[in-house]
Design a protein around this ligand. Structure first.
Ligand SMILES: *[C@@H]1O[C@H](CO)[C@@H](O)[C@H](O)[C@H]1NC(C)=O
Ligand SMILES: *[C@@H]1O[C@H](CO)[C@@H](O)[C@H](O)[C@H]1NC(C)=O
Ligand SMILES: *[C@@H]1O[C@H](CO)[C@@H](O)[C@H](O)[C@H]1NC(C)=O
Length: 407
């Protein structure tokens, strides 16, 4: 076992005083106690100590040893520090594979300690190429943390998603270069006339998962009782204007948007929602913002195209570490850098609680339900219909006539 320190940010006394002043001056329901604890939280919660099994304590399987897990959990290394329900005893290695992929003794449950952002695409591709590793019948649960849109969920809760949306393929102007009629700096690719026009797509913008699997996992995963967040975070969530935000942590059913940039604030949040609605013809309920899932879905989808993964068994159950925008009394800057990701720990523990009962469901009902798979009840796949079926959320691109992409 080893201790991993994540995001260790040391604060000095002056910053602490500044923070308390800032807090007292700005918080609508400011009390000295609340501000004392906010400033304390900044020190403690940005330093997340995670105990993780070091790869050296695992037995390394002989190259080529077969393993066909029923469940594969994908998260960042520190996020597995909040999961102790399983002992991963056997590690598998392969060419170009530099992550930890380890399984329980019986090979039923495996974990991939995955990198963030696009690097995870090459890591998952390398995993699929390890001789003996067979993911054809594996239920993949992508988890980890992200920010929450206060319209749909609350910090410390989690979400299970049908849509995974990538917030990458677009155009951007900064500052004064922005045309006056654009409300945000980022707009859908080649939708030159206005940001509400449908973009020119490359195909990887949206992945729609198996909605029937989401139904089943949601029904199971929402039965567990979640722990609450700290009193400071409870005080803060009460100041948001949306009902979902004010609630105790719960498992929401809404969608994931990921990008290489961790955006924050009302303007960015509204832009992302706007784009998500345009790109899915209004079907998505974008609630989870993160920098992790883009590459993961890309690689799993590629695996599905090449029959190495069943895309109908891929799911996303993500924790909420913070709100993606500030409450009315704070600026985006204060919210991002001084409130920070204070709900990371309860959020991850809660998400794992749901995942554990879902894994139990898969293992207990393997023969009767999960071995054969759960048939999707709506369209599943990418924006171009690559896996077959007729995409139910795409539209004709709107590039302006006479422009580079327009006719
Ligand atoms: C994992 O292994 C440890 C040490 O052998 C044992 O104490 C613990 O009960 C095991 N946990 C599970 C969930 O099997
Ligand atoms: C937005 O502004 C641009 C640049 O000034 C202009 O070409 C475009 O027609 C405008 N779009 C709308 C919908 O007004
Ligand atoms: C939408 O996807 C379907 C495949 O499911 C494809 O046949 C159709 O051309 C796409 N429509 C547009 C406008 O891209």
């Amino acid at each position: 076992m080893s201790i991993v320190w994540v995001g260790a940010i040391r604060k000095n006394a002056q910053q602490d005083i500044m923070l308390k002043k800032l807090c007292l001056g700005l918080l609508a329901l400011a009390t000295t106690t609340l501000c004392e604890s906010i400033s304390r939280d900044v020190t403690t919660t940005t330093v997340i100590a995670a105990v993780s099994s070091s790869s050296s304590s695992l037995t390394v399987a002989t190259p080529g040893t077969p393993v066909s897990p029923k469940v594969l959990l994908i998260a960042n290394e520190f996020e597995f520090g909040y999961l102790d329900a399983y002992n991963f005893t056997t590690q598998y290695t392969g060419v170009l594979f530099d992550q930890t992929f380890a399984c329980t003794e019986d090979g039923a449950i495996c974990k991939l300690e995955c990198g963030q952002e696009l690097v995870s695409a090459s890591q998952i591709t390398a995993l699929m190429m390890i001789p003996g590793v067979d993911l054809k019948k594996t239920y993949v649960i992508i988890t980890g943390t992200g920010g929450v849109n206060p319209k749909y969920g609350t910090a410390g809760g989690a979400a299970i998603s049908t849509f995974g949306i990538q917030w990458e393929w677009g155009s951007m102007f900064l500052g004064d270069d922005l045309p006056a009629n654009f409300s945000g700096q980022y707009f859908a690719s080649y939708a030159q006339l206005s940001p509400d026009k449908y973009p020119v797509t490359v195909g990887s913008e949206v992945y729609k998962l198996n909605e029937a699997l989401v139904d089943r996992f949601y029904a199971t995963g929402s039965k567990v009782t979640y722990e609450d967040v700290s009193e400071t975070s409870q005080g803060l969530r009460a100041t948001y204007e949306y009902d979902a935000a004010k609630q105790d942590p719960f498992l929401a059913r809404c969608d994931t948007v990921s990008a290489q940039v961790y955006w924050h604030g009302n303007v960015a949040g509204e832009n992302v929602e706007y784009y998500s609605n345009v790109i899915t013809n209004g079907q998505a309920r974008p609630c989870n913002t993160n920098e992790d899932d883009q590459g993961r879905l890309l690689a799993l989808f590629l695996g599905a195209v090449h029959h190495m993964v069943d895309f109908g068994r891929v799911s996303m159950i993500k924790a909420f570490s913070n709100f993606d925008r500030p409450p009315p009394q704070l600026s985006a800057y204060q919210s991002r850098f001084y409130v920070g990701e204070g709900a990371t720990e309860p959020g991850l523990r809660n998400a794992w609680k749901s995942i554990i009962v879902i894994v139990d469901d898969v293992l207990e009902n393997w023969d009767s339900v999960f071995d054969a798979g759960i048939k999707p009840n709506t369209y599943m796949g990418d924006i171009k219909g690559t896996l077959g079926g007729v995409c139910d959320f795409n539209s004709t691109a709107s590039a302006a006539k006479g422009s580079v992409q327009g006719s």
